[in-house]
Design a protein around this ligand. Structure first.
Ligand SMILES: Nc1nc2c(ncn2[C@@H]2O[C@H](COP(=O)(O)OP(=O)(O)OP(=O)(O)O)[C@@H](O)[C@H]2O)c(=O)[nH]1
Ligand SMILES: [Mg+2]
Length: 414
């Protein structure tokens, strides 16, 4: 399918075809350079089109050479190739969709697992309701703060910070909920990077295969089976995973095994979470391993394998027996703030979004922590700041939109 967007479409394409009735699939014969191609043509007049401009779609036979020739002819007519994402960029600039939606569409195209598709789809719809709610709560307080700054002296208008704190408290609570959801959603969007480490025969490759749902790694009773680092991307119980199987860590003379052990370090460094597998019949983790993992303490999760053979304290699993509930619970706890993947539907998820949300929460925390005696300029600028961050989040950071909303339906009472 060849898609053309722009103004003056009818004029530019006139030598090739007469545009058909809008939004009706029509058969047309296209003639150029001695070719005669029957095409299905769709015309979407602006502004009711994806880009907001006139758009025409030409469905021709899927011969790459034929398509190249058609593109060449379009070029001769004055049409140029679109840059990557340019249709969507125009849609954004022409106000056909917001920035959040555009980011969600980008994620939808890049999604690799079912959960990632569902998360991106949920963000591609309407703006998150908490953003609307935040605007509704902030608007009157911005006006009151402005009034106190501008007319405080002569009119005796003051800002009641206690009322403000009571009124905006739900906002703070809401932001904090969204922060937890957004962190989890970001992890799911990127995929959880899990490194499996442990002594030889701890059951790393067995777990790797079980989570991947396929026999990717060699499993034997011989210690030191795995040497290379293996990576697989998969989704397990709704969790998009990037799994790394590694060589069992031990002091060894075997040169091949030493090479494998040396490769574990970068994997462990890049991981979101290091699963340290310790067989349940062992007294505990080996000193060598505890020492090697000490620098990564914050992201190490100790899991007891061989749960079918022996009991032990802490999360216990058995991949051969299909008993992995403890692992699922631990992953949710450690990486998703205790949330199930579905609980992240509609949450913000990109780095840009999460950073702005964090900044927003900081502003509101500062606002609610102000002392009763402070000058109104302080709350006024924090409120403006919060408003600006919301606008940056949604991509409408034009000053007018803030001002319009601010003064509509509000007067100074004079
Ligand atoms: N009963 C039982 N056997 C297990 C379990 N996990 C792994 N095994 C067995 O233990 C042996 C070693 O398992 P692997 O998965 O190869 O262990 P590994 O940690 O990858 O070992 P290396 O690659 O040598 O470091 C195999 O015979 C597995 O079938 C478990 O939870 N219960
Ligand atoms: Mg192995």
């Amino acid at each position: 399918m060849v898609r053309v967007s722009g103004s003056r479409l009818a004029t530019v394409l006139a030598p090739l075809l007469v545009l058909p009735e809008p939004r009706v699939a029509s058969l047309r014969r296209l003639h150029w350079d001695g070719f005669s191609e029957r095409a299905l043509v769709l015309f979407f007049p602006g502004p009711s089109s994806y880009t907001g401009e006139d758009v025409v779609e030409l469905q021709v036979h899927g011969n790459p050479l034929l398509v190249r020739r058609l593109l060449g002819h379009l070029g001769a007519l004055g049409v140029r190739m679109a840059q990557p994402g340019e249709f969507t960029r125009r849609a954004l600039l022409n106000g056909k969709q917001g920035l959040l939606e555009t980011e969600a569409l980008r994620d939808l195209v890049a999604a690799e697992t079912d959960t990632q598709i569902r998360l991106a789809q949920a963000r591609a719809g309407a703006q998150p309701p908490w953003i609307l709610e935040a605007r509704r709560l902030l608007t009157p307080w911005m006006a009151r703060a402005e009034a106190a700054v501008d007319y405080g002296e002569e009119e005796g208008i003051t800002l009641n910070l206690e009322d403000l704190a009571t009124d905006l408290a739900p906002l703070r609570a809401g932001f904090h909920v969204e922060q937890v959801r957004a962190r989890a959603a970001r992890h799911l969007r990127d995929g959880l990077r899990l490194a499996l480490v442990g002594r030889p025969n701890a059951g790393k490759s067995t777990l790797f295969n079980a989570l991947a749902g396929e026999d990717r790694a060699i499993v034997t009773e011989i210690p030191g089976t795995t040497r290379d680092v293996l990576e697989v991307r998969c989704e397990w119980r709704g969790l998009p995973l990037r799994l790394f199987d590694t060589a069992g860590l031990r002091d060894t003379e075997d040169p091949l095994e030493r090479l494998g052990v040396a490769r574990v370090r970068p994997v462990v460094e890049a991981a979101d979470l290091i699963l340290h597998l310790v067989p349940a019949m062992d007294d505990g983790p080996e000193a060598l391993l505890t020492q090697a993992l000490a620098p990564f303490e914050g992201k190490v999760l100790e899991i007891r394998t061989f749960g079918d053979l022996a009991g032990a304290a802490g999360p216990v699993i058995s991949a051969p027996a299909g008993d992995l509930d403890a692992l699922e619970a631990a992953l949710r706890e450690r990486l998703l703030g205790g949330l199930a993947p579905d609980a992240c539907l509609g949450a913000l998820a990109t780095d840009r979004q999460v950073e702005l949300l964090d900044e927003l929460a900081r502003q509101v925390d500062l606002l609610l922590g102000l002392n009763a005696g402070c000058p109104p300029e302080l709350p006024a600028s924090l409120l403006q700041g919060a408003w600006g961050l919301l606008a940056r989040l949604t991509g409408e950071d034009r000053a007018e939109s803030a001002l319009d909303a601010l003064f509509s339906g509000f007067c100074l009472g004079k």
